[in-house]
Design a binder for this molecule. Structure first.
Ligand SMILES: [Zn+2]
Length: 101
């Protein structure tokens, strides 16, 4: 899994195809990610002592990580590559233009 929380991504397939958002959660075990505002499901929430309020709430559901493309800081969708900096640290780079992600 090359995605991390906070990445800007574009959805490639499914009902939210073409949408963009940032990754709010990564589920490596399932190979899925949760993207802000993508694959929203209406949940019927019962009132709880904590919220004191029920009703229908929007909840972002996980989508397969293979259905999203990372967006480069320069704005184009790309794939993630890895590069070692001179000090030995690994960094993530755009495979198209080499910009750091
Ligand atoms: Zn790029």
């Amino acid at each position: 899994m090359k995605l991390v929380k906070g990445d800007r991504v574009r959805v490639l397939s499914g009902k939210d195809r073409g949408k963009q958002g940032s990754v709010t959660r990564v589920l490596p075990g399932e190979g899925k990610v949760i993207v802000d505002g993508v694959n929203v499901a209406k949940k019927h929430q019962k009132p709880t002592r904590a919220t004191m309020q029920g009703g229908i709430i929007d909840k972002d559901m996980p989508i397969p990580a293979s259905n999203v493309a990372v967006l480069c800081p320069k704005g184009h969708p790309t794939r993630v590559g890895f590069e070692f900096a001179s000090d030995g640290t690994k960094r993530r780079v755009c495979k198209k233009c080499g910009a750091e992600l």
